[in-house]
Design a protein around this ligand. Structure first.
Ligand code: FES
Length: 318
């Protein structure tokens, strides 16, 4: 099975609205995302069946999406064309004027689109942590100019190339083995308070933090958790990714920081991080840094085809 199957996280819930349609290419599909009049998130194939124009160039009118070219308007739930501007009063819109509509669900802060066949299955348990200690939450999405398999490998081999939590430095001095725990691959690596731009000292020191990486097997859903020495969660980044167009990787993410983070972070790093975003997920990857990343856990992963992200064979073409 080469087609991406199952639920795809395509955006943070806040990124989909009833004013501006959002284009996302993920897993071999082009989606037009928007909210209808009731605020329900909708996903249609982002291609007008009339002349193949992306629907996201159009507008949302009364909760339906209107193509920018000739004004055909589509219902987000069914994909049916509900208005063709130049029809006479006696004419009806033929039922064949429709666009594929995909099941949509909102789950743990993400908009998921069902990209499989048949009835939607269970939503993936991302296990994002939300509790009373939550201090801050933020989100985003982007497209990285790197193929999806390389992107996934990078998350395991060099997460510092993909994202930065100001005042936290990940290191490879201790790097655990890849473990299979339930439905996910898990790997721990050392982290410490510090600046990512400065390499960690090469000496035997106890580093107080752990960055745990968990990938739900066979999916593009990865959860990074920053833990203290007692394994209390200080922060978590849920990052969902899938093959984008032309060899790129589309991703969306949600970051949560908990009260222990500020309490434990040394003041000098808190000061240095002041004025910066609480997390930065890099859309522009540093090619030199990507190339310099040593092959680590991904060497194990590449031996296991079932751990790979399924790709869709057919190319998307405009
Ligand atoms: S291309 Fe969309 S209405 Fe003609």
């Amino acid at each position: 099975m080469n087609a991406t199957q199952g639920w795809l996280a395509v955006a943070a819930v806040e990124e989909v609205n009833g004013k501006t349609p959002r284009a996302v290419s993920a897993g071999g599909f082009d989606f037009a995302l928007f909210r209808d009049r009731d605020g329900v998130a909708r996903a249609l194939q982002n291609r007008c069946p009339h002349r193949r124009v992306p629907l996201t160039l159009g507008k949302i009118i009364d909760g339906a999406i209107r193509c920018a070219y000739h004004g055909w308007t589509f219902d987000g739930g069914s994909g049916a064309c509900i208005d063709v501007p130049n029809l006479s009063e006696a004419e009806r819109v033929p039922p064949s004027f429709c666009v594929p509509a995909y099941p949509v669900a909102e789950h743990q802060g993400f908009v998921f689109v069902w990209a499989g066949e048949g009835e939607p299955g269970l939503l993936p348990p991302l296990a994002a942590q939300v509790d009373a200690r939550l201090e801050l939450e933020t989100y985003g999405s982007g497209v990285a100019a790197l193929g999806v398999d390389h992107y996934r490998d990078l998350l395991f081999d060099g997460p510092e190339v993909v994202f930065d939590i100001p005042g936290v430095r990940f290191t490879d001095f201790y790097l655990g083995d890849v473990r299979v725990i339930g439905d996910r691959l898990v790997i721990d690596r050392e982290a410490e308070w510090g600046l990512a731009s400065k390499p960690a000292d090469i000496k035997l020191v106890d580093r107080p933090l752990v960055l745990r990486t968990e990938q739900i097997i066979g999916s593009g859903n990865v959860l990074f958790t920053l833990l203290d020495a007692n394994e209390d969660v200080l922060a978590s980044l849920t990052l969902a990714f899938a093959a984008g167009r032309r060899g790129t990787t589309s991703y969306c993410w949600r970051y949560r920081r908990y009260t222990g983070f500020n309490r434990q972070q040394p003041g000098k790093y808190r000061l240095l991080a002041r004025g910066r975003a609480p997390v930065e997920v890099f859309e522009k990857l540093d090619g030199s840094a990507v190339a310099a990343t040593l092959v680590g856990p991904s060497a194990d992963l590449s031996l296991q085809p079932e751990w790979k992200i399924p790709l869709r064979e057919e190319e998307m073409a405009l």
